[in-house]
Design a protein around this ligand. Structure first.
Ligand code: HEC
Length: 172
């Protein structure tokens, strides 16, 4: 009984402490201050596992059609490259100030399956700058972007440049 009272006391004091901490404003929410190691681990492990869990039943359509890849490129260039860059293309200014910083996707695409790329692109990532594109894109359009990303990971800067030239007047 004494032990239970002691545990209840610790819980109450922890809750009061947390409420005081939240209302005091002493926590610095600035995007220029990185998470500590524990918070970073919690956020990235939760994200990785959440994406894997939610994407596991997604059926991947055929992504090899070159017209799908081209449509995906036009969209990627319009709405993703500013934050994520592309082969030979730097990320734009806004990406430098985001926390977490958007990764250069050419380097990280291989870590995700096409179904996981689809899920991330459609639903976004809470508490980061990664928007959900599902509210503004059909599933088909999102698959086209995935088809392009799969292709992009093997593209040289030269090949990306040629691709850009070829579709420079393409509007979507
Ligand atoms: C406003 C900036 C911004 C834009 C625009 C943006 N993203 Fe992101 N994206 C992010 C950020 C920030 C993250 C990092 C999330 C994290 O650290 O967990 C991210 C993460 C991702 C990831 C996971 C990558 C990894 O290795 O963890 C994928 C895939 C992705 N974005 C795809 C896209 C696609 C496709 C588009 C365009 C349709 C897009 N993003 C547009 C900011 C952006």
């Amino acid at each position: 009984m004494k032990f239970l009272l002691w545990v209840a006391g610790v819980v109450v004091v922890t809750i009061i402490g947390a409420v005081i901490f939240i209302y005091s404003g002493i926590y610095n929410i600035s995007a220029t201050i990185p998470h500590n190691g524990l918070t970073h681990w919690i956020m990235s492990t939760t994200m990785d596992n959440s994406v894997k869990h939610h994407a596991k039943n997604i059926v991947v359509p055929d992504l090899s059609d070159s017209s799908k890849i081209e449509m995906g490129f036009v969209r990627y260039r319009a709405v993703c490259a500013n934050c994520h860059g592309a082969p030979g293309v730097s990320q734009e200014e806004l990406a430098a100030g985001l926390y977490p910083k958007p990764p250069k996707l050419v380097r990280t695409i291989h870590e995700w399956t096409p179904a996981e790329l689809f899920w991330i692109t459609k639903y976004g990532v809470k508490m980061t700058g990664m928007p959900a594109w599902g509210p503004t894109h059909s599933d088909d359009k999102i698959w086209y972007i995935v088809a392009f990303m799969e292709k992009m990971q093997k593209m040289t800067p030269e090949q990306y440049k040629n691709f850009s030239e070829e579709f420079k007047n393409e509007k979507d």
